[in-house]
Ligand binder design. Structure first.
Ligand code: HEM
Length: 140
């Protein structure tokens, strides 16, 4: 049972991460499209669908399966899990920031530059590396 939970936890994590890494890339391209153009409208559909049908369910599944694993494995007192939870909270905050940008783009109200979206693309990468090290190596 525990190994099955872990397998599906990882499937959810991979799906969530794919979106967290790809959506800011879409924003970089969307910034260069003229508001109201066909290209801009296509980006809106891609962004909305990615967020609604992949990223939101994947984030919820990651959390539920992760908490279930922690309960089943008796990990709640482990310091590595506390550190991991703090970083996953930051990752969830980043998800919230992207969701707000999807709304801004949908209303043609984006004020941020392509450079901004290129820079914030590094945030989920760094968080992911630290989270995976904590989960696998459990250094403390
Ligand atoms: C949402 C909150 C999360 C909780 C509560 C959580 C909790 C857990 C727990 C308890 C385990 C089992 C550890 C073990 O059996 O050794 C686990 C495994 C794992 N988690 Fe998470 N996790 C969460 C999110 C994430 C995220 C966002 C990532 C990656 C970005 C991630 C990556 C992993 C990996 C790679 C493993 C496999 C570790 C191994 O078997 O060596 N988790 N998680």
């Amino acid at each position: 049972m525990y190994e099955w939970l872990k397998a599906f936890h990882l499937v959810a994590v991979i799906s969530w991460m794919a979106g967290l890494l790809y959506l800011p890339r879409l924003f970089v391209y969307h910034c260069t499209a003229e508001p109201g153009s066909r290209q801009s409208e296509t980006f809106k559909v891609m962004e909305r669908r990615l967020l609604r049908f992949i990223m939101n369910p994947a984030m919820i599944a990651t959390w539920l399966l992760g908490l279930w694993l922690a309960w089943q494995g008796g990990w709640f007192a482990a310091p590595w899990l506390h550190a991991k939870l703090a970083l996953v909270l930051a990752l969830s905050g980043f998800h919230g920031l992207l969701a707000r940008s999807v709304k801004d783009f949908a209303a043609d109200k984006n004020r941020r530059s392509p450079k901004f979206y290129r820079m914030i693309n590094e945030i989920p990468t760094v968080l992911m590396i630290l989270i995976v090290i904590l989960a696998v190596v459990k250094p403390f």
